[in-house]
Ligand binder design. Structure first.
Ligand code: ARG
Length: 494
């Protein structure tokens, strides 16, 4: 029975080793875990490998070493380490950081996690002083500080990728000039809009995502070190010094809460999911609007794919993939919330599941944003086609508003124009086909000027509110968004 169980686990481990992204489980003998003292026998190798997070949490290597450098300094200030030990640890960790940065192959081994790896190689390098580094600290507060540092370090990169999409959308908006297109509600033609107004709508949603990530960064901005395993630490480490040293603006309030708090990780997954939802909606539009049925925009050959069978096909694969990948990010959010919901207070190993979700969401958003930016940047506008699509019955509201301007109550005007549309549809004609006399036959208030008023261009110009598709309002929106974008670029390159 036991053998069968072990074989099953070993097979599972092999599968994980083969399939995990960047995953690697070495054939070399298992490294002694940090906690081996209490046990009579060595741990089951396959189980230990199955529970190891090193294949993925090595992404936090630099954060782990940074946190340890600061912790060693705090221990020194608290009188736990003497100067010689402190110097040895600092030099050892600095060399390890350098090696890890320049040689990715260095980050391998059968260690339980990145924290164990760093401690092992430090002790191998400097001996005895390395065995003092973990004084007063637990992997429970260490993993918290690592992940918070990681999230704070990576969010600006994710934001940069979203800013590239916004930049491409703003570029399309500027290039569209006064071109008009239909807007849609229920996927039925609604009212004429400026093409630029349409592109800016997507840009505004993505701007909120950039801002939301600022909030996630602020949420992750609290130092958990000093929480120990759960109850705090027995050494007088100056946590405020540590916070300042690691760039945190505050210290957590409660060690029990801090060692199992992953709110910032779920907020990151929520912000990533929403960004993916926005990219997915953009992708869906681009797939539709570049297809034969709409034909509003043209896809560059460089971003399209063909069919192995149908010679005529030009497919928008990158945007379909953006749409398709959205599900996995939403899945990661659901997975983490589900992991969290039943946890007893304090650290539980389940929490290790936070990282793969978070890392994959980060990769997914950045990859998708990169693809969307390239596709949007290279789209061409078929202005004749969007203009043709923006004429006809989608001017019906403007016809009703014309009657309102002549003193007719809106509800009466709505009914009259509804009746007109019904008649014209039956006759297979549209507003443009009517003579002045025919207009009057529908309502006595229709004057000869009605056809001048009822065009897509005058429809957009007739709008009055700042958020509308009125050309000067859209121009102001474009200018404001460009200024914001410039500010973001200046901030984030620092
Ligand atoms: N790999 C672990 C994680 O990601 C690190 C913390 C381990 N703590 C422990 N008590 N086993 O959560």
């Amino acid at each position: 029975m036991l053998t069968t169980y072990r074989t099953a686990i070993a097979t599972l481990v092999t599968c994980i080793a083969l399939t995990a992204p960047g995953g690697r489980i070495d054939a070399q003998p298992a490294t002694t875990p940090l906690w081996s003292g209490r046990f009579d026998t060595a741990p089951d190798k396959a189980l230990l490998a199955w529970g190891s997070s090193f294949s993925f949490d090595r992404r936090m290597f630099e954060d782990d070493v940074t946190g340890s450098l600061a912790w060693a300094e705090a221990l020194t200030r608290a009188g736990v380490l003497n100067t010689a030990e402190s110097t040895a640890i600092r030099d050892g960790l600095t060399a390890i950081l350098e090696r890890g940065r320049t040689d990715p192959a260095f980050l391998t081994g059968s260690d339980e996690d990145v924290h164990s790896f760093v401690e092992r190689v430090l002790i191998e390098r400097i001996g005895e002083p390395g065995r003092r580094l973990h004084t007063g600290r637990s992997r429970n507060d260490q993993v918290g500080v690592d992940l918070r540092l990681y999230v704070r370090r990576r969010i600006p990169e994710v934001q940069r990728s979203l800013l590239a999409v916004i930049d491409a959308l703003v570029g399309q908006a500027a290039a569209a000039g006064d071109a008009v297109m239909p807007s849609y509600t229920h996927v039925r033609r609604a009212q004429p809009i400026l093409v630029s107004h349409y592109w800016l709508a997507h840009a505004q949603a993505l701007r909120r995502d950039v801002q939301r990530l600022d909030a996630v960064r602020a949420e992750a901005d609290a130092l958990p070190l000093g929480s120990g395993a759960i109850a705090g630490t027995n050494y007088a480490v100056d946590v405020h010094f540590l916070a300042q040293r690691l760039g945190f603006s505050r210290v957590v309030a409660n060690s029990i809460d801090a060692t199992s708090d992953r709110d910032y990780a779920s907020s990151f997954l929520h912000a990533s999911s929403l960004a993916m939802v926005h990219l997915s909606r953009l992708a869906e539009d681009v797939v539709l609007f570049t297809g034969e049925e709409f034909g509003f925009f043209g896809l560059s050959d460089a971003v399209a794919t063909g069919s192995s069978l149908m010679p005529q096909k030009k497919n928008p694969d990158p945007m379909e993939l953006v749409r398709g990948k959205t599900g996995r990010t939403i899945g990661h959010l659901t997975a983490l919330l589900t992991t969290m919901k039943g946890l007893p207070s304090g650290y539980n190993k389940d929490l290790q599941e936070d990282k793969e979700s978070l890392f994959d969401a980060e990769d997914t958003v950045m990859g998708s944003a990169g693809a969307a930016a390239t596709v949007v940047r290279t789209l061409t506008l078929d202005r004749a086609r969007t203009e043709r699509a923006a004429s006809g019955f989608l001017l019906a509201t403007d016809v009703a508003d014309y009657l309102v301007s002549k003193g007719v109550p809106f509800r009466t005007a709505h009914e009259a124009v509804g009746g007109m549309v019904r008649d014209l549809l039956r006759q297979q004609r549209t507003f443009e086909d009517l003579s002045a006399a025919e207009w009057r036959s529908f309502h006595p208030q229709f004057g000869a000027d009605v056809m001048r008023v009822v065009t897509a261009q005058s429809s957009v110009r007739a709008k009055r509110t700042p958020q509308s598709t009125r050309p000067d309002a859209v121009q102001a929106q474009l200018t404001e968004l460009r200024l914001w974008l410039e500010g973001q670029r200046a901030n984030r390159t620092m």
